[in-house]
Design a protein. Structure first.
Length: 300
């Protein structure tokens, strides 16, 4: 549209432009198809048939025109004139556009901006486009929005479906959440392998979940974390639990220290004698508390 305006201006020969664009359109020129749609939408006296411009945008989009594809996606999403919106058709156009050019970064940025002003439904739709194009972070965002908010456009099982898609694409946090969902369904074999994938991506919840499987003696066979294989048999293996939770603590993030450290400490207390608790663990806790207090006083 800017090209049309720049060439012909408000006082330019739009009628002549339409004549030549029609000739080029009939010869298969996609840019001319798009330009005719723009003129039919915005320029008098040609803006009398809105359905014609809608059809022309779709025709140009089907032939690979990027701007027409974006416009067709918006029209399909929100509806145009008396034509109601069609979310699945909008997603199809956006997938086509994503395959033509690298617009995912822009979509993600605009989605974030909408989310920051609490436009959750609009952010969801943008993230959905990127998710359907295969962006694992967008898939995670779609799943999280479905989980946290009552969205107008959300589909059934949206959260679980898109967490699973993001997990398969290799996003660690989604792998941990998907493993939890598999655990809840009693699919322990699949959950163990998804926890292992999360752990290999440095997500501490993967090690935490595997630790519970070992502690409870859930027989899921051999599971490999990075290049290390661990066997999970039908008997409780508290030694393996302590190994996994210790690795989790040493991942270093605060959630890992708290999430894995507290259960690890309780597990150690449970497996050693009362005399050892009194002689080792309690003094150690007192020492740590004293040091923490001293540091806090020193920083005042």
């Amino acid at each position: 549209s800017s090209g049309i305006n720049a060439e012909y201006g408000e006082n330019g020969n739009i009628t002549g432009a339409v004549h030549y664009f029609n000739i080029s359109h009939n010869m298969g020129d996609t840019d001319s198809t798009h330009n005719l749609a723009v003129i039919q939408s915005f320029y008098q006296p040609f803006d009398t048939d809105p359905y014609y411009s809608h059809r022309m945008f779709k025709k140009a989009a089907e032939n690979g025109h990027k701007e027409s594809t974006m416009i067709s996606a918006e029209q399909a999403l929100y509806g145009v004139h008396n034509i109601t919106g069609n979310c699945s058709e909008a997603v199809r156009y956006m997938k086509s556009l994503a395959e033509q050019s690298d617009i995912i970064t822009r979509i993600m940025r605009e989605g974030q901006e909408l989310f920051e002003v609490s436009e959750h439904d609009k952010a969801f739709l943008l993230y959905l486009f990127a998710a359907e194009a295969g962006a694992e972070m967008a898939q995670y965002n779609v799943a999280w929005l479905c989980q946290e908010f009552a969205l107008k456009y959300a589909m059934p099982d949206c959260s679980e479906v898109y967490y699973a898609a993001s997990a398969q694409a290799g996003y660690g946090p989604s792998q941990a959440i998907t493993a939890n969902n598999l655990w809840k369904r009693g699919r322990f074999y699949d959950a163990a392998r998804m926890y292992a994938r999360a752990a290999s991506n440095h997500v501490e919840e993967g090690l935490f979940g595997l630790g519970y499987l070992a502690r409870d003696g859930v027989p899921v066979g051999t599971v490999t974390i990075n290049s290390t294989a661990h066997y999970f048999g039908p008997q409780p293996n508290r030694t393996l639990t302590r190994v996994l939770w210790t690795e989790c603590v040493y991942m270093g993030a605060d959630p890992a220290v708290i999430g894995c450290g507290v259960p690890l400490l309780l597990e150690l207390i449970r497996t050693i004698s009362l005399s050892a608790v009194l002689s080792v663990v309690v003094p150690a806790l007192v020492l740590v508390s004293t040091l923490a207090y001293g540091l806090s006083r020193g920083n005042q």
